[in-house]
Write a protein that binds this ligand. Structure first.
Ligand SMILES: [Fe+2]
Ligand SMILES: [Fe+2]
Length: 143
């Protein structure tokens, strides 16, 4: 087997592992935001969290189909992070998680020359940045 082929296979494996981690993160967020939705103090906040959750479902679906195309099999998501049960801790957790996810997705986008994967992760990073701003606003306006 030639060296370049090995390297290519290695990179493809690493990318698939990163995407699996992204799918797990989206899966955890979908569950966490369901909980935050029920804890939200106002109808307006509940609606915004519901919209954010819809974005995460969309990310989950896009990343899952990318993963399946890359590997030929489906990734079964596992929840690796725990979501706080209290609203204030929950939105604080969500804010930090969204911020870290922006960096993580941009790193994935930079690591691939596949335009579809690149654009999908860049677009998701923009959504996560927008989510982070909302959670920061909720944190700042909470009494
Ligand atoms: Fe997301
Ligand atoms: Fe998000």
């Amino acid at each position: 087997m030639n060296h370049y082929y090995d390297l290519y296979q290695q990179r493809a494996k690493e990318l698939a592992a990163q995407i699996a981690k992204a799918i797990d993160g989206e899966y955890a967020a979908i569950h966490c935001y369901k909980k935050l939705e029920t804890l939200a103090p106002t109808k307006r906040e509940r609606q915004i969290i519901s919209e954010i959750r819809k974005d995460e479902i969309n990310h989950y679906n896009v990343f899952s189909s990318i993963y399946t195309q890359l590997t030929g099999h489906k990734h079964s998501a596992v929840i690796t992070e725990t979501c706080p049960n209290n609203y204030h801790s929950g939105i604080d957790f969500a804010f930090h998680d969204e911020q870290e996810t922006v960096d993580f997705y941009l790193t994935i986008a930079d690591s691939t020359s596949n335009d579809f994967i690149k654009e999908s992760f860049k677009r998701a990073a923009m959504d996560e940045q927008n989510h982070a701003v909302w959670f920061l606003y909720f944190l700042k306006t909470q009494r």
